[in-house]
Design a protein around this ligand. Structure first.
Ligand code: BES
Ligand code: ZN
Length: 592
């Protein structure tokens, strides 16, 4: 018997679940999802099966033969949740559990109508990565245990259910309810299980790509993502054929805690990417690229998260380079570099979390999360790419995808594959330093761009430069503005802030990367004219990438802290559990 994932009770010596059959009902009044989850085994099994659960109440378990299955819920562990141990007789083909989620399930958010764009109907969405699937359904919640599934989801009439799966039609159920059917034929890790229910409308973007959103948002979403099909074509050139049939996207209400989530066949997206000028569609390039790096070939556990995210950032920037040229890609690398430096700074007392290969026994993956596996990981991939040569590396990436299709891999297996493809390459780039040492190796790839240097120079000397030069700034592209804001001195006076806002119209920006970078800078300097916009953002948006640094920046001054406390008291009940926890942790560090 062996547990192989520090975040799961999954035991690779026990019967392996091959697929799930789910019959679920969304109860918006009680805020619970419940019904039947059937675990179908590889081959007729017997003995003990340990499943992960968190906050689930399990009513009953029976075999396919109708025999009751004794089960036992272990004690609540703060990170893992409760182990559900089932014991069943020989010849058992499947076990069906009748269960319900808790209203506080971390993997689900139940929104009131007021929290949606349409304000008429409630909304439900899941977010299972890294280890929240167990709060949605009992399962072997490890990426090593892949499953296919079929699902029926019963929801109130008027709402539409979508999943990270293939739709198989819908039909009226009992009075006032409708059942939506889905099938996910490809085996996926549990963290890619995804469901959303709301007032939704779909708009086709190509023969295999459709965007879903609330009716009030659908037109803007269809416009913003019109270029998705050409991204799919680019990604296929890079990685090989798209293996998931359709690539659809869902724009969620603003409380969605991430920028995007690569749920198979249905990327989930924050509405903050709807900048109105397509300037944030690299999030789509990123989630799309996960269809290969992450979904086709998955990290085996959260300790190998860089294999998902580092590769995907690398891919995202290759797509960007192909679509928008070398300079746009170089600016993206430059922006990432600054974010990486800040994260390395933030984790200076936890250097072990800045390795690529991490040890996460006893550590919540949500607490280990940072841009390090993204930006350091992507730089490691570039180091390999440069050492191998771009063409040879592209061939390697395709063969890596082919060799590990629908499998979950560790850093060690990846390294063995690199070694067999390019003997000596790992040593040449000093892979051990990248993988097992904290921080960024001295030899890390650099990305040079004349424009990046120019903007950096302008930013560093801007405070003392004559304001007449500001006129040109109004014409800058969004990524140029972002580089400039990142490189400005951190300390600005109220006149500087006013001048900056006037030159770049920052407070009114629809691009949330720019808007938050500005609000953080202004708030950290106690610039009160920006507070109202900061308050509005924190009341509306749940994306942790924006909420966390903004609370952090407000914490720097007494007036900012007062605002933060007031907003948090008001907004916390409507935040996603993850956002509430992240913001709360930041505020707990405020001086009294
Ligand atoms: N898979 C991640 C989101 C995630 C990571 C959710 C870990 C839960 C745990 C997704 O692909 C992602 O990286 N999103 C980024 C987008 C960006 C890098 C373009 C985000 O949300 O900001
Ligand atoms: Zn990602």
């Amino acid at each position: 018997m062996a547990r192989v994932d520090p975040h799961s009770y999954f035991d690779d010596a026990q019967p392996r679940t091959r697929s799930w059959r789910l019959r679920l009902r969304a109860d918006f009044e009680r805020r619970v999802l419940g019904g039947e989850a059937t675990m179908v085994f590889d081959s007729p099994a017997k003995g003990t099966l340990d499943l992960d659960t968190k906050g689930l109440s399990v009513e009953r378990a029976v075999t396919d033969a109708g025999a009751p299955v004794p089960f036992e819920l272990g004690p609540e562990e703060p990170i893992l949740g409760r182990r559900l141990r089932l014991s069943f007789p020989p010849g058992t083909k499947s076990v069906t559990l009748t269960y319900e989620t808790s209203p506080a399930a971390a993997g689900l958010q139940w929104l009131s109508p007021e929290q949606t764009e349409g304000k008429r109907l409630p909304f439900l969405f899941s977010q299972c990565q890294a280890i929240h699937a167990r709060s949605v359904l009992p399962c072997q919640d490890s990426a090593i245990a892949r499953v296919s599934y079929a699902a029926e989801v019963n929801v109130p009439e008027g709402l539409t259910a979508v999943m990270g799966a293939g739709p198989e039609g819908d039909a009226p159920a009992e009075a006032g309810r409708r059942t939506f059917k889905f099938r996910m034929p490809q085996p996926i890790p549990s963290y890619l299980f995804a469901l959303a229910v709301g007032e939704l409308e779909g708009r086709d973007l190509s023969h295999r790509c459709r965007v879903w959103a609330e009716p009030a948002t659908i037109a803007a979403a269809a416009w913003e993502f019109a270029g998705t099909e050409s991204m799919i074509a680019r990604a296929e050139a890079l990685f090989g054929p798209y293996d998931w049939d359709r690539y659809d996207m869902l724009v969620l209400p603003p409380s969605f805690p991430y920028g995007g989530m690569e749920n198979p066949r249905m990327t989930f997206l924050t509405p903050t990417v709807l900048a109105g000028d397509r300037s944030l569609v690299d999030v789509v390039a990123h989630e799309l690229a996960h269809s290969w790096t992450g979904n086709l070939v998955s990290n085996a556990t959260a300790e190998h998260f860089w294999l998902n995210e580092g590769f995907t950032v690398w891919a995202e920037r290759r797509i960007l380079k192909a679509l928008h040229g070398e300079e746009a890609a170089a600016l993206a690398w430059g922006i990432g570099q600054r974010e990486l430096e800040e994260a390395l700074e933030r984790f200076h007392d936890k250097p072990e979390l800045t390795r690529l290969r991490t040890r996460l026994e006893g550590i919540d993956p949500d607490d280990a999360f940072s841009v390090v596996p993204y930006e350091k990981g992507a730089r490691f991939v570039v180091a390999l790419e440069r050492a191998a040569g771009e063409e040879a590396f592209d061939r390697f990436v395709k063969s890596y995808m082919k060799a590990f299709r629908f499998q979950s891999v560790t850093t060690e297996r990846f390294c063995a594959f690199v070694e067999s493809s390019f003997p000596g390459l790992l040593a040449q780039v000093d892979a051990p330093a990248w993988l097992d040492q904290p921080g960024l190796p001295e030899s890390a790839p650099r990305f040079v761009s004349a424009r990046l240097e120019e903007l950096t120079g302008l930013a560093r000397s801007w405070r003392t430069a004559p304001a007449t030069g500001d006129a040109a700034m109004a014409k800058w592209r969004p990524d140029e503005i972002l580089v400039f804001l990142q490189q400005l001195p951190r300390e600005l006076g109220p006149e500087d802030c006013a001048r900056l806002d006037a030159a770049l119209s920052l407070t009114g920006r629809g691009n949330y990367e720019i808007l938050t970078a500005w609000l953080c800078l202004a708030s950290a300097n106690g610039y009160e004219p920006a507070y109202e916009r900061a308050r509005l953002l924190l009341m509306r948006v749940g994306r942790m990438k924006y909420v966390r640094p903004l609370y952090q920046a407000l914490g720097k001054t007494p007036s900012g802290r007062a605002l933060a406390r007031q907003v948090f008291a008001e907004a916390a009940p409507s935040y996603h559990a993850l956002t509430r926890r992240a913001a709360g942790a930041v505020m707990a560090q405020y001086p009294a």
